[in-house]
Design a protein around this ligand. Structure first.
Ligand code: ZN
Length: 218
């Protein structure tokens, strides 16, 4: 082996070891890897836990005590992704650059689901019962599409909360109060059509005045 051959071999060996050692360091289970200098092609998988939520409250058309109304909902949760196709992820500028796209797609799916529930006349008070269903529906959709679309896999997905805005809470409690008052009024008011016996002549009556002697009902 000549001098230059040996030199070439040494250089190529040196080049080989560099990406390998990079791969080893990034393969460690570090939750938030924050390299000072981003490599052009990240060696090994990159993971990220991403919180999501609607920027603007979602208007949910519903009905309460027979009154149509729109309540405003805030929802949030988080998901975890792993870059499984570094080239694809880098095509979007890396996992950090991809984050907003992933959030917006998640929020859109969430809102579509709420639209469907509203269209199926699910009352807003029952929405918390649907959070698991929403979670399953969105995660199965993203698991299917994200590897091909963005080069990431979905590792976990959760719905933390679906809640009314303060304004909607106030509106709902006002409606509840009004409903309670109306129910109380109904139960305490004398029933208009019930029978009564006249104190004066003992005639059975249904109207406001005695049909026999004309005395008014007391
Ligand atoms: Zn009478």
């Amino acid at each position: 082996m000549g001098f230059f051959d040996k030199l070439l071999k040494d250089v190529s060996n040196a080049l080989k070891t560099t990406p390998e050692s990079n791969a080893q360091t990034s393969a460690k289970p570090v939750e938030t890897p924050a390299p000072a200098v981003k490599p052009a092609v990240p060696a090994g998988p990159q993971q990220k836990e991403i919180p999501y939520g609607a920027k603007n409250p979602f208007p949910y058309d519903t009905e309460m005590y027979g009154t149509p109304l729109t309540v405003y909902l805030r929802f949030f949760g988080k998901f975890k992704v792993t870059a499984v196709n570094a080239a694809a992820v880098n095509g979007f500028g890396g996992l950090d650059a991809l984050t907003d796209k992933l959030i917006s797609e998640t929020v859109t799916l969430f809102e579509n689901y709420l639209h469907r529930l509203s269209a199926n006349s699910v009352p807003c008070s029952r929405l918390p019962m649907y959070s698991q269903e929403i979670q399953l529906s969105i995660s199965s959709e993203l698991e299917k599409t994200w590897p091909d679309k963005y080069g990431v896999s979905l590792d976990s997905f959760s719905v933390a909360s679906i809640a009314y805005t303060e304004e909607s809470k106030k509106k709902i409690s006002e409606l509840q109060k009004k409903e309670m008052e109306e129910m109380l009024k109904k139960s305490s008011a004398p029933a208009e059509n019930s029978n009564w016996t006249c104190h004066n002549c003992k005639t059975e009556n249904t109207g406001k005045f005695c049909s026999n002697c004309g005395k008014s009902r007391e």
